[in-house]
Design a protein around this ligand. Sequence first.
Ligand SMILES: Nc1nc2c(ncn2[C@@H]2O[C@H](COP(=O)(O)OP(=O)(O)OP(=O)(O)O)[C@@H](O)[C@H]2O)c(=O)[nH]1
Length: 260
Amino acid sequence: MLKEFLHQGEIRIIADIKYAKSLIRSIWRFWLKNLRTACQQSTGTVGLKISKVVMVGDLYVGKTSLINRFCKDNFDRDYKATIGVDFEIERFEIIGIPYNLQIWDTAGQEKFKCIASAYYRGAEVIITVFDLADIQTLDHTKQWLEDALKENEPDSSFIFLVGTKKDLVSDAVCERTELDAIRFANEMQAEYWSVSAKTGENVKEFFSRVAALAFEQSMIKELEKTAGHMTQIGAGDLIKLEKKTMEISEGNAQVSLNCC
Ligand SMILES: Nc1nc2c(ncn2[C@@H]2O[C@H](COP(=O)(O)OP(=O)(O)OP(=O)(O)O)[C@@H](O)[C@H]2O)c(=O)[nH]1
């Protein structure tokens, strides 16, 4: 009798789990359908989504190298200063929706600042970059961020603080610098990452996080526009990205330079 009762209990639990699983599946399917419909309504088809990412920071900190490691999987040890601005486009496909990250690389040299700042507007993501091997560059990140924020609506951009050239510093130095960096990141309301363009450490992971957050944000905006209400999708960790291709067929267009 007891055995039978327990057996029935087991069946009940299994049935409940199955029910819960099917409920989660239905909610997920419903959400995906909503997302696709939102895209279709706003573009007429499942449209291409683009997010603008702007990289700022002192000269020589490694902005271009970081982008090149991610977009072209290469690293150049020779320094070629960015003149004005440059950009790369990285393509993804997420839940069947074509998605591009437009990554703007701005010059760190003071004399090009006035050109570069013209491209800060409309940044969904602002990446402030410093060199882990040159602590002074960390001190300047707040000013870079302030300049970039001036050109954007309040609270409209995700902010990242990125320490580069991790391969150049010992673990002890890195840890010490990171204590300051994390304090800065908190003050800047930024997410902190440390990377190496030379070894590739953390580069893919970092840009995947950038893309996931930016994609999520653009979908929320889309849903808000169509459904007229806020939908919480997650915190950038629900969507796992697979890069469609490592090749870049667009971008790399050096923008013309008439500095003031
Ligand atoms: N060892 C090492 N060197 C790096 C790394 N990233 C960049 N560099 C070197 O640092 C120098 C400057 O890198 P860039 O990427 O050109 O710097 P940038 O911030 O784009 O400079 P501007 O265009 O002047 O603003 C180059 O000689 C790179 O090879 C890294 O992760 N490790």
